[in-house]
Design a protein around this ligand. Structure first.
Ligand SMILES: [Zn+2]
Ligand SMILES: [Zn+2]
Length: 397
């Protein structure tokens, strides 16, 4: 096995320039969620050049199969997301976005080019492993209901069904050349809350003639935070944040209604449902008890992301073998959401992070910012590592 490891490392190094070229091409041609038409064609073309057949899915997604020896032994799926964000890039680089107002600001160009690199490596060593690799290039990670949910609905995890799935995401807080893993709960579910509190507006000097929706909404916000502090199991991370409170009255005008918007995040599906039900009941009850009413609307987002502990432990050990213990770190829980989470509720999964930071080069900006960038050293690491992890997993019975 160690000679195969060496071979993969050498292939990865030889192909790094091709991975970087692919990343730069994708970076300069970003497309928004569910509109990854050119990206889809690019991915197909790259795979066809390698002799890997493809199949379309989820409108703008691509599935490809690489069969090793004894292809029915076991299947492992590898996933990359392909969409960009509605952000105007401010980086002054030769490969900057050519699409005004659209930017690969979450590194999905890196994930896609890395998985193409992984495919190139796996295709050239396919006589040296047993089993099947299923490549999932999915659309629309950034937009509800999430490309992953559509991929699953359209059968991405069937025919053949993978025993496990791996995904990676760039990490701007981890130096390029390192990767991070975490077993168990890793990222949060994220639901959007939209509340409309209705009262009866009027002159601010005569509150007795009114039903003040501002006061009602204020009570609702405070009471809802108490659900987090009093009803939630303290061992489970959960967040409730309100970022919008619109009351269009004036110093002397009580408005008719108030709109509040927020986000509720959790790491447990039972608590997620229970917490939402409690919040709705509380908000409606408070509003009613004060003479008003509350419309409580939830836009359901992605579920929480759980990394299968055994699979993740194996992948971390395999990563240590590939790149050394100094370059493999443990991750903290992160309350952001990611649609890879959908896969993790269907099949054993491991979502890990690929370091892209470089303080010396000033590459420090976070994802979803107009000057996000990566140290492309990450593309010397990502493709080979994922190929090695997949082969390790296939090698188990
Ligand atoms: Zn993102
Ligand atoms: Zn992302």
């Amino acid at each position: 096995m160690s000679s195969l490891l060496k071979k993969i490392q050498e292939l990865a190094e030889q192909q790094a320039h091709a991975n970087i070229a692919a990343r730069r091409h994708l970076h300069s041609h970003p497309e928004l969620s569910f509109h990854e038409f050119e990206t889809q064609v690019y991915v197909e073309k790259q795979l066809h050049e390698l002799g890997i057949p493809t199949q379309r899915i989820a409108n703008t997604g691509v599935i490809a199969i690489i069969e090793g020896k004894n292809p029915h032994k076991k299947v492992v799926a590898l996933r990359a997301d392909m969409d960009a964000l509605p952000i105007q890039e401010t980086n002054d680089v030769p490969y900057k976005s050519q699409n005004p107002g659209v930017m690969h600001a979450c590194g999905h160009d890196v994930h896609t080019s890395s998985l193409l690199g992984t495919a190139r490596i796996l295709q050239s060593v396919k006589e040296e492993f047993e089993g099947t690799i299923k490549l999932l290039f999915q659309p629309a990670e950034e937009k509800a209901p999430g490309g992953a949910s559509i991929m699953i609905q359209e059968g991405a995890l069937q025919n053949p069904s993978p025993a496990g799935i791996l995904g990676q995401h760039v990490a701007t807080n981890i130096p390029a050349g390192k990767v991070g893993f975490r077993e168990g709960m890793y990222m949060a579910s994220a639901d959007e809350l939209y509340l409309t509190v209705k009262g009866k507006g009027g002159h601010g000097a005569m509150p007795d003639q009114c039903i003040d929706p501002i006061l009602i909404a204020s009570h609702i916000i405070i009471a809802m935070q108490q659900i987090i502090s009093r009803n939630k199991n303290p061992r489970l991370p959960s967040v409730l944040s309100f970022g919008k409170f619109i009351a269009e009255g004036a110093t002397n005008v009580i408005p008719n209604e108030v709109k509040i918007e927020g986000t509720f995040r959790a790491m447990d599906e039972e608590w997620r449902a229970d917490g939402l039900a409690k919040m709705k009941k509380l908000a409606e009850g408070i509003a009613e008890s004060m003479g008003g009413s509350c419309d409580f609307f939830v836009l359901k987002g992605y579920p929480f992301l759980k990394n299968n502990p055994e699979l993740t432990r194996r992948m971390k050990e395999a990563a240590i073998a590939y790149m050394g213990a100094d370059n493999v770190i443990d991750l903290d829980i992160w309350m952001a959401a990611e649609d890879f989470a959908f896969y993790t509720h269907h099949v054993d999964a491991c979502f890990y992070r690929l370091g892209t930071r470089n303080d010396d080069k000033g590459i420090v900006n976070g994802v979803h910012t107009p000057n996000f960038n990566i140290d492309e050293k990450a593309l010397h690491v990502g493709p080979g590592l994922m190929a090695w992890l997949a082969i390790q997993e296939l090698s188990l019975a």
